[in-house]
Design a protein around this ligand. Structure first.
Ligand code: HEC
Ligand code: HEC
Length: 271
């Protein structure tokens, strides 16, 4: 505990994920279900969180990543609270944000991380277009959006502000080529969280188990397994061009200098 941070796996400098097929956490342990880290950018717009949709809000996802024995951060609630309260600067900051009587609990810390995550939105050329600036998308991007993305049927599932974020079937018309890598089968009804397509150009490899390296292959695989359509190379390239317009402007983040550890700060422990 203490070495791996949220940013290890959800790196805000690299699209909000880690570029790995399966996340690697405490003691170099990879995710036991071979699940990749989804991006945290725009997570505020998702109806539901995690690949199987088991968490509804962002405070809960922060708590969900910490439990004892989970390989991600292998931290405990008590230790998280002890670390934060051991540093006067953190305590002052909590008081400034929530008032002098604030009780620094695990839930409060998780909710605070959730509040930060709500700021991780990335408006893009696509939004400028939807907001009425017709020239924000090139003519090609616009017509490919309308003719290919919508017409082919991607938008039936990749919908809403995030172009994703709700639950849907995986393997509607054929079985996902790499379904056997890892043991993830979706939620109790076999439904999987539809990933956002925002910043999708920056979050390879693709799918829950990260087996698809290129966006083009992901697009063709989607056509085959979700829509029963053989998407030609040319059409895949068109869709890919449109998806590029979803690359958003990232919030301006300053690399933080963290409060200094004190004598009472629990030791970092990687055993
Ligand atoms: C070891 C890598 C790792 C670390 C560290 C980690 N996460 Fe994650 N995160 C994941 C993986 C893998 C998933 C998907 C897990 C699943 O669906 O079961 C995930 C899911 C999420 C989601 C849901 C996103 C979505 O699209 O469903 C959010 C939000 C999130 N993490 C935030 C955090 C925060 C905040 C922290 C720090 C407190 C954190 N994560 C630490 C790997 C990590
Ligand atoms: C029936 C619903 C449905 C349709 C239609 C659909 N998708 Fe998906 N899409 C999903 C689901 C569910 C996943 C998550 C699959 C997984 O990771 O196992 C996904 C994953 C993806 C991914 C990988 C995202 C990532 O972060 O790993 C891309 C890219 C994608 N879809 C693009 C498209 C495109 C382009 C189309 C149209 C050709 C399309 N999808 C049609 C539901 C759908």
């Amino acid at each position: 505990m203490g070495l791996i941070s949220c940013n290890t796996c959800h790196n805000l400098a690299t699209g909000g994920d880690d570029g790995l097929a399966a996340a690697v956490g405490h003691k170099w342990t990879s995710n036991p279900h071979h699940l990749g880290s989804p991006t945290v950018y725009n997570a505020v717009f998702f109806d539901t969180q995690f690949w199987d949709g088991r968490a509804a809000d962002l405070g809960r996802t922060s708590r969900g990543t910490n439990p004892r024995r989970r390989p991600e951060m292998a931290n405990t609630e008590e230790n998280v609270v002890a670390v934060v309260t051991s540093m006067p600067e953190y305590v002052q900051r909590f008081q400034k944000a929530y008032g002098r009587d604030v009780k620094i609990t695990y839930k409060k810390i998780a909710d605070t991380i959730g509040n930060f995550e709500r700021t991780l939105v990335t408006p893009s050329a696509y939004d400028d277009y939807l907001n009425g600036n017709e020239n924000a998308l090139s003519k090609a991007e616009r017509s490919w959006y309308e003719k290919k993305f919508i017409e082919v049927g991607c938008a039936t599932c990749h919908t809403g502000i995030a172009l994703g974020g709700s639950m849907n079937m995986l393997g509607v018309t054929a079985k996902y080529k790499y379904a056997n890598v890892g043991d993830f089968k979706g939620d109790a009804n076999g439904m999987v969280k539809v990933p956002t397509l925002r910043n999708i150009t920056q979050t390879a490899p693709y799918f829950h188990n990260g087996q698809v390296a290129t966006l083009k292959e992901a697009i063709v695989e989607m056509g085959r397994i979700q829509l029963g359509t053989a998407i030609s190379d040319k059409d895949a390239a068109s869709i890919e061009t449109f998806l590029g317009s979803l690359e958003g402007r990232k919030p301006n983040l300053t690399y933080p200098i963290l409060p200094v550890r004190t004598a009472s700060t629990p030791a970092q422990n990687i055993n």
